[in-house]
Design a protein around this ligand. Structure first.
Ligand code: NA7
Length: 550
């Protein structure tokens, strides 16, 4: 195999590397591995001070997987799978970070990774068919192919609350958590936000802080994660069943081991239905979406019955009935937003040092040097934790200063929402790929993102084998795929109030940012692209700019 670097392209100098990966999250690490394995020269630039991406930045107490550890982990190496013994079914952040560092070491990737390199500009040079990248510290590099593995939940969102910068105490966002531990002992702490991150951190802060005040705008349908240690017998089973596990994950629409149920709620009389709801309440993580009654996400009555079951659970756990009512959602169905999973969350509100402020009753007016003012008065704090979410899907890509063919910026091209093909490429930006970005997945993300990385790598090999050095999706293919995503939005069980539509960010176009088609369909579409000789893409040789579709 001839690496692309070093060949003459009519450019004053060849690109520094064949493949530049941005982001050392689970997708970027895998892309680096695959590119090197395929014989390309490759480097990875990462803004953070360590690898892990989401699992580096979200190092707040209580941060953990909501997918089973062994279904979220890499499956490209049987040896890696068998030699890593996860401690818990849903691993906590420190273990996840250790795992990702282990992968980097084991596959000798660290010498290709540059930490503290936040990309601020990425410009495509048409004559040479290369990308030039600039980092925040002014360093530059050039690459034939740019793979932005910058993730969907990587740009933390701070709401524009008046006086936010006036607060004189410590402030932390869950998605930008410091590497030095935060000491809550004896402190007066506020948490703003009760999404998946908020409900993970709240019980742990409550154990340490003198007082914890939770500022909740909208409650979520939280159900138990039902985590636990992986026993020796379970460990042995997992290691013996690698192939079978992989097969189930590869054929599951959402990339989980959970199996769909074969009954609708109407198939069971009330007592059996209640027993089944109880079983679901005790089941792990996302099985409550995947293995539930077949109609629970689609039928209003079935959904309302399940919601009422959860509401009764909340009323049974939280001793103050007024607080319990505030914790029960009134504005959305179960599954309309990404449901958080919890460990001891509702119980936290029985602690004497914990109080709940309902922002629908008493909205935040202002932040002052001392604390937070609502319609009810000022509360003073030593620490404010922002658990206020992310600019999902497009946030990181649109902040990277990406400029494509003819000076077209990605921000211009996506001004009305992302337009992609396979959630991998966008027209006007040759040799740019973004696996794990918008339109990538709706389920267990690493599974889909890994499929995309595999396709990106296979595409690069296809180009190399045929002497091409430029690939760009045809606008018609982009249009078709994006229209399919939009149609999927109408059928999605997620509602427009979900951040999956971008509606949590003021001014962001309301567009569906997931791909609800499922993995088997993604595989089929990728197979079709390959079988058709990559007709959906324009392949070119930059030296003579001749093009081909085969
Ligand atoms: P989420 O799920 O977007 O939650 C953000 C929370 O912040 C949510 O409770 C919001 O309330 C709240 N929020 C946002 N803006 C405000 C303002 N202005 N005032 C008060 N509260 C506000 O983010 P997470 O980090 O919890 O989870 C993100 C994903 O990470 C999660 O789905 C997993 O995939 C992992 P709202 O509901 O908008 O009223």
């Amino acid at each position: 195999m001839t690496p692309l670097t070093g060949r003459a392209y009519g450019h004053p100098r060849p690109p520094d590397v064949d493949v530049l990966v941005v982001g050392a999250g689970i997708t970027g690490i895998y892309q680096l591995y695959r590119a090197l394995e395929a014989g390309f020269s490759a480097e990875l630039w990462e803004a953070g001070g360590g690898v892990g991406g989401t699992w580096y930045w979200n190092r707040y107490p209580g941060a953990r997987f909501d997918s089973e550890s062994y279904t979220y982990a890499y499956l490209f190496s049987k040896e890696l799978f068998e030699e890593w013994s996860w401690c818990e079914h849903f691993a906590e952040q420190p273990e996840i970070e250790r795992y990702l560092n282990h992968v980097v070491d084991r596959f000798d990737l660290d010498r290709h990774i540059h930490l503290g390199a936040r990309v601020t500009a990425a410009t495509y040079d048409e004559p040479s068919g290369t990308w030039t990248l600039t980092a925040g510290d002014g360093s530059t590099t050039s690459a034939r192919f740019l793979v932005a593995a910058t993730g969907v939940l990587s740009v933390p969102y701070f709401p524009d609350i008046p006086g936010r910068h006036d607060f004189g105490g410590e402030s932390y966002h869950t998605g930008l958590w410091p590497t030095t531990p935060v000491d809550f002992t004896g402190k007066r702490v506020a948490v703003i936000g009760t999404g998946s991150s908020g409900v993970q951190i709240i019980p742990l802060i409550a154990e340490e802080a003198a007082s914890l005040t939770v500022y909740q705008r909208t409650p979520n349908w939280c159900t138990p994660l039902n985590n636990g240690p992986i026993t020796a017998a379970e460990q042995a089973h997992l290691q013996a069943e690698f192939e079978a596990i992989k097969e189930i994950l590869d054929t599951s629409p959402a990339g989980f081991l959970h199996q769909p149920h074969d009954r609708a709620s109407t198939d069971d009389p009330p007592a059996e239905r209640r027993a089944f709801f109880e079983k679901m309440w005790r089941s792990p993580g996302f099985s409550k979406l995947i293995s539930h009654y077949t109609d629970v996400l689609f039928d209003d009555r079935a959904n309302a019955q399940w919601c009422e079951f959860i509401a009764d659970k909340v009323r049974g756990i939280v001793r103050d009935p007024a607080v319990a009512e505030k914790l029960i959602p009134k504005d959305h169905r179960f599954g309309e937003k990404r449901p958080p999973f919890v460990t001891g969350y509702y119980e936290t509100y029985n602690k004497p040092n914990v109080s709940l402020v309902d922002l629908q009753e008493t909205p935040i007016v202002d932040m002052t040097a001392a604390g937070i003012e609502t319609a009810d008065g000022v509360r003073e704090f030593d620490i404010v934790v922002w658990a206020t979410g992310f600019d999902f899907g497009t946030g990181a890509l649109l902040r990277m200063g990406i400029v494509g063919r003819g000076g077209l910026t990605l921000a211009e091209h996506w001004s009305e929402g992302p337009r992609t093909f396979l959630g991998i490429q966008t027209a006007g930006f040759p040799n740019l790929f973004f696996p794990g970005g918008p339109h990538a997945a709706a389920g267990n993300n690493p599974r889909y993102n890994g499929d995309q990385v595999d396709f990106v790598t296979d595409t690069l090999v296809h180009l190399r084998d045929r002497g091409y050095d430029s690939v760009e999706v045809e606008p018609t293919a982009e249009q078709r795929w994006t229209a399919m995503i939009d149609r999927g939005a109408a059928k999605s069980t997620f509602g427009e109030i979900s951040y999956y539509f971008g509606t949590n960010i003021p001014g962001k176009p309301k567009k569906y940012l997931l791909n609800s088609g499922g993995r088997p369909k993604l595989f089929a579409m990728i197979d079709e692209v390959v079988a058709n000789g990559y007709k959906a893409f324009r392949l070119a040789r930059s030296a003579d700019s001749s093009t081909s579709s085969a």
